[in-house]
Design a protein around this ligand. Structure first.
Ligand code: HEC
Ligand code: HEC
Length: 310
C-alpha cells in the first residue's frame, strides 16, 4: 500500500525525469536531461513530440521500461516483470544506437509495437503488451517514437529474460501468435459517440487495461468473453479486480467522479488507497491523462456488459 504523499513525490519525479521535452519553450532551452531535443525539429515534428509525450504516458511505457530503483535512467530498461513462465526485463528504449533503439526505422518500431516482431524477424513475448498496442494508430505509434527519440541516450545493457523450459524457445511464439494473436486496427463505432470511442481506444489499446484485468486461458491469451471482469492470477500471481459495471463485485456502485478520481490519485471511494500493480499504472499513466480522457475511460467501462468477477 502506498500513501498519498509518497505517490505525489514519485509523480513529481516522474514528471521531471520522463518529460524533458514536453515542458514547453522554457524547458527546451535549459533542459540538460533532454539531450537531442529540438535537434533539427521543425514545427511539425515538435507537435509530434508533444503528442508522443502524452501518448507515451497514456500507454504506460515508463511503467515497464524504467527501473523504479534507477530514477536517473528513465526508459533505459525495467525491473523484473514476474510472470508464470519466468521473469522479463523490458529493454532499453532510449535513443542510444547500441544499447537502445536509436538506430531503428519507423517501420521496425511499428512492427515491434503493433506486431511483436523484432528487427531481426524474431518474436517478442506478449509480456510486452503488443497484443493491446496492435490497435494503436500508426500516427500515434510514430509520435511515441518521435518523443522517445528526444530522450537522453543511455547505455544501460539489456537483460535477457529468465524463462523456464520450454517457453524459453522464442520460435514457439510464432505458433502462439498464429493461434491467439490477430492484430486489428481500432474500428471507430460512430453510433457510440466520441467519448465512448476515445475511452475504448484508451482502455483496449493504449492503456492496455485488459492485460491485467482480463482473465487468461491456459496458454496465457486473454479471454475475450471475460473482458475486464478481473482475474485471480494477475501480475505477481495476485488478484486483479473486476472493472465491469457489475453491481456486486464490479464498479456498478461507483460514480463517475469516483472512477476519475481513482485514476487520477489512487484514492478509492471508501478512502482506501490503490495497491499492487495498479499503483504503477496510476503513477506512470492514468494520473497523467487529461480529465477528458479519464472521463471517457469511465464512459467506456460503464458500457461493458456487467460480468460477474472470478
Ligand atoms: C507490461 C510491460 C510493458 C509495457 C507497458 C511496455 N513494454 Fe515494451 N517491452 C516489454 C518487454 C518485457 C519487452 C521484451 C519482450 C521480449 O523480450 O520478448 C519489451 C520490448 C519492447 C521493444 C523492443 C526493444 C528491443 O530492444 O528489442 C520496444 C521497442 C518496446 N518494448 C517499446 C515499448 C513502448 C513504446 C511502450 C509503450 C507504448 C512499451 N514498450 C510498453 C514490456 C513492456
Ligand atoms: C499492470 C496491471 C494493471 C493494469 C495494466 C491496469 N490495472 Fe487496474 N488494477 C490492477 C490491480 C492489481 C488492481 C487492484 C489494486 C489494489 O489492490 O488496490 C487494480 C485496480 C483497478 C481499479 C479499482 C477497482 C476496485 O474495485 O478496487 C480500477 C477502477 C482500475 N484498476 C482501472 C484500470 C484501468 C481503467 C486501466 C487501464 C487504463 C487499468 N486499471 C490497468 C492492475 C492493473
Amino acid at each position: 500500500m502506498g500513501s498519498a504523499p509518497h505517490l505525489r513525490a514519485v509523480l513529481a519525479l516522474v514528471a521531471l525525469l520522463a518529460w524533458p521535452a514536453a515542458g514547453g519553450a522554457q524547458d527546451a532551452a535549459g533542459g540538460a536531461a533532454g539531450a537531442g531535443a529540438g535537434a533539427g525539429a521543425g514545427p511539425e515534428s515538435e507537435d509530434s513530440v508533444r503528442r508522443g509525450a502524452y501518448l507515451t504516458a497514456a500507454a504506460g511505457c515508463a511503467g515497464c521500461h524504467s527501473d523504479p530503483k534507477r530514477k536517473d535512467q528513465p526508459f533505459a530498461g525495467g525491473a523484473a516483470l514476474r510472470t508464470p513462465i519466468g521473469d522479463f526485463y523490458a529493454p532499453n528504449i532510449t535513443p542510444d544506437p547500441d544499447y537502445g533503439i536509436g538506430g531503428w526505422s519507423d517501420a521496425e518500431f511499428l512492427a515491434a509495437l503493433k506486431q511483436g516482431r523484432a528487427p531481426d524477424g524474431g518474436h517478442y513475448y506478449p509480456a510486452f503488451p503488443y497484443t493491446s498496442y496492435a490497435g494503436m494508430s500508426d500516427r500515434d505509434a510514430r509520435d511515441i517514437k518521435a518523443y522517445l527519440a528526444t530522450l537522453a541516450p543511455l547505455t544501460r545493457p539489456n537483460r535477457e529474460p529468465e524463462i523456464s523450459f520450454p517457453f524459453n524457445f522464442r520460435f514457439l511464439l510464432g505458433a502462439w501468435k498464429a493461434l491467439f494473436f490477430e492484430p486489428q486496427p481500432f474500428a471507430v463505432e460512430p453510433a457510440r459517440g466520441t467519448d465512448w470511442n476515445r475511452g475504448a481506444y484508451l482502455v483496449r489499446h493504449l492503456g492496455h487495461c485488459g492485460e491485467c484485468h482480463t482473465a487468461r486461458n491456459l496458454f496465457g491469451a486473454r479471454d475475450a468473453a471475460r473482458e475486464l471482469a478481473g482475474t485471480l492470477n494477475g501480475p505477481d500471481g495476485k488478484k486483479v479486480p473486476n472493472i465491469t459495471p457489475h453491481p456486486e463485485n464490479g464498479l456498478g456502485a461507483w460514480r463517475a467522479s469516483d472512477a476519475t478520481y481513482y485514476l487520477e490519485t489512487g484514492f478509492l471511494p471508501d478512502g482506501d488507497f490503490a495497491g499492487g500493480a495498479m499503483v504503477e499504472v496510476i503513477e506512470s499513466s492514468t494520473s497523467q491523462l487529461t480529465d477528458a480522457d479519464r472521463a471517457s475511460i469511465w464512459v467506456y467501462l460503464l458500457s461493458l456488459p456487467p460480468a460477474p468477477g472470478p
